[in-house]
Design a protein around this ligand. Structure first.
Ligand SMILES: *Cc1c(COP(=O)(O)O)cnc(C)c1O
Length: 213
């Protein structure tokens, strides 16, 4: 079931420059169809198998966002159907996506901003070095921006400062990145308001819309 009130209030509250991606992972196709019928066109999935199945079963005009950590051996499946790959966290994955893309593929570079070591992503230094060394440059990949996940905590200040570090990294590398570099993907059900205050342009919201997983 879609929480229609929650969906509508998020849509009303977010500024025009922010895109809402409804994270439908683990939820049945019927839930996605319901949100689609309410006008939602951007959905996020973190498992490749599930992404492929849902993509094949649902309307063609959906923008599918691959939001989860991706293994290089799954790059081909994702490159063929994703509207945006959020979690490019290594040059190896970047190269695998470039190799399999059939048309230029939009991606985000994931930065590690949380204090938890379990989360993936480049450090800011690694990212800047990789860009300077030309390791993140390929005609088959459009780097559209950055993505990150804050620490799972109630500490508002900590979350805000982690999001700020992502936005700062984005601003720092933006000059070298061409025109389409316009996306800062940060903010989930519990922290999307903080993320928008700190400069997010895309929020990924699951449980607030579709209920607990
Ligand atoms: C699951 C997930 C989300 C959505 O999380 P909620 O707390 O349910 O809104 C956002 N981003 C990523 C990368 C996720 O894996």
């Amino acid at each position: 079931m879609v929480n229609v009130d929650a969906l509508n209030s998020i849509r009303t509250d977010i500024p025009d420059h922010v895109t809402l991606v409804a994270v439908s992972k683990t939820k049945p196709i019927s839930n996605i169809q319901e949100a689609y019928d309410l006008g939602v066109r951007d959905f996020g999935e973190n498992r490749v198998q599930e992404l492929v199945e849902k993509h094949d079963a649902l309307p063609e005009d959906i923008n599918w966002h691959a939001i989860g950590h991706l293994q290089t051996n799954k790059a081909k499946q994702v490159a063929n159907i994703a509207h945006l790959v959020h979690a490019v966290d290594s040059t190896r994955l970047f190269n695998a996506l470039a190799k399999h893309a059939i048309k230029p593929l939009d991606v985000l570079l994931q930065l590690h901003i949380a204090s938890e070591s379990t989360k993936h992503g480049f450090t800011e230094e690694e990212l800047i070095n990789s860009i300077e060394e030309g390791l993140l440059s390929n005609p088959m990949i459009n780097i559209r921006g950055v993505m990150g996940m804050a620490t799972f905590t109630d500490n508002h200040n900590q979350i805000a400062s982690e999001f700020r570090s992502l936005r700062n990294a984005y601003d720092k590398i933006k000059t070298g990145m061409g025109e389409g570099f316009d996306t800062v993907s940060m903010g989930m059900s519990g922290d999307w308001k903080i993320a928008i205050d700190e400069g997010s342009t895309l929020i990924r919201v699951g449980s607030a819309i579709f209920g607990h997983r």
